[in-house]
Ligand binder design. Structure first.
Ligand SMILES: *Cc1c(COP(=O)(O)O)cnc(C)c1O
Length: 366
């Protein structure tokens, strides 16, 4: 940092370590090379085709494009007044913090190991982060969370959780939402809900005015490049968020493409791809179980698998040398020596399995 920037930059930003996105970690500048296999960001291996109509590109888009809101509300089973579209679920996280937390005064609560952006968004807003770790089996420590009543404004719960792949039990969530009914919003991040459909909380929205659900088109819908997510909540919450959101958060081409992804044909296509990925995930899971030095960790309710191996650094390095990228999760609480694999297509997964086999074979010989 230059002297001037050092002098001017906010204290909380100075202290901040930015999110190590999968992109930042392996930015080669040329990931279009076909020999590279990207299994590190829970992206979909599918790329679906879309059309754009440029006739409105000279106009500012609607803040909340009504066709898109209607399409997502229909898909999620919510009312349009309960549905907000954002620049990815990540913008939803930040909007919630900016709307409901006073800097330097309020706190959010998170349950590590979990998705990194809740804490980072809070830090960029100078909002404190309280942590209540998941239990050994990665279930929520509801009792410990409840002790923070009146001390936190937002409770973030990720289900299915990234990176443990575990889902939160409905009864646990119900206790939380009820316990915090008059003091905090409970935010359920359902980024991976399409892989665990029956566990959605969207159907409970009308019952709980303090419940918020985050969704995205980045995972099952195979549109991480689009940057499109949704926040579902009671209409007073949505109205408050609309005061803070940028005037034109959703570019016109994004709105058009997202709306196509949410047509009946688009949803059918997504569901087929989710079924395919579940089969692939189970195949990878069965394979990893056969490797002596690998211990599967957590559950597989999403499109990734978490495992522990004493040789995690060597395996990572071996895979990188062979242009296969997975994600190191070993810095997360209670996840020492853990790596996370995103489920790819059949060919990619097969390639990965072959590499893992040859890695452990050479280890045995050595
Ligand atoms: C990927 C992910 C997000 C971010 O979704 P975007 O819509 O791409 O911003 C949010 N939460 C979790 C748990 C995720 O894994």
């Amino acid at each position: 940092m230059s002297d001037l920037v050092e002098k001017l930059v906010c204290d909380n930003v100075k202290a901040l370590t930015p999110y190590e996105s999968a992109r930042r970690l392996f930015a080669t500048g040329d990931d279009t090379q076909s020999q590279q296999v990207w299994l590190n960001a829970n992206e979909s291996p599918f790329h679906n085709a879309f059309q754009v109509d440029d006739s409105r590109f000279n106009r500012y888009p609607d803040c909340q494009p009504s066709g898109l809101i209607k399409a997502y509300a229909k898909y999620a089973g919510t009312g349009i007044e309960q549905t907000l579209v954002t620049r990815g679920a990540d913008e939803g996280i930040e909007l919630l913090i900016r709307t409901f937390c006073n800097p330097r005064t309020d706190s959010i609560l998170i349950c590590p190991p979990t998705y990194g952006m809740y804490a980072i968004s809070a830090q960029t807003c100078d909002v404190a982060v309280k942590k209540v770790p998941l239990k050994d089996n990665f279930s929520l420590d509801v009792e410990a969370i409840c002790q923070h009543k009146d001390q936190v404004k937002l409770v973030f719960v990720c289900s299915p959780n990234n990176p443990t792949g575990t889902s939160v039990e409905k009864q646990q969530l119900r206790s939380l939402v009820e316990h915090f009914a008059n003091s905090a919003l409970v935010v359920v991040d359902e980024a991976y809900i399409e892989f665990d459909k029956e566990n959605t909380w969207a159907t409970e929205l009308s019952r709980y005015p303090n419940l918020v659900i985050l969704r995205t088109l980045s995972k099952a819908y195979a549109l991480a490049g689009l940057r499109c997510g949704f926040t579902l909540a009671s209409s007073p919450i949505i109205k408050a968020l609309l005061k803070v959101i940028a005037p034109y958060p959703i570019p016109e081409p994004v709105a058009q493409i997202a709306q196509q992804a949410l047509t009946e044909a688009g949803v059918d296509n997504m569901l087929k791809q989710v079924d395919y990925l579940a089969i692939q995930r189970n195949k990878l899971h069965r394979y990893l179980k056969t490797i002596k030095q690998v211990e599967l960790v957590g559950d597989d309710k999403a499109n990734f698998i978490l495992f522990r191996t004493p040789l995690k650094s060597q395996l990572m390095q071996f895979l990188v040398e062979h242009n296969v990228f997975i994600r190191d999760q070993s810095k997360q609480l209670n996840l020492n020596n853990c790596l996370r694999i995103t489920v790819g297509n059949d060919q990619q997964n097969q390639h990965l399995m072959d590499l893992i086999t040859s890695f452990y074979n050479t280890q045995e010989i050595a």
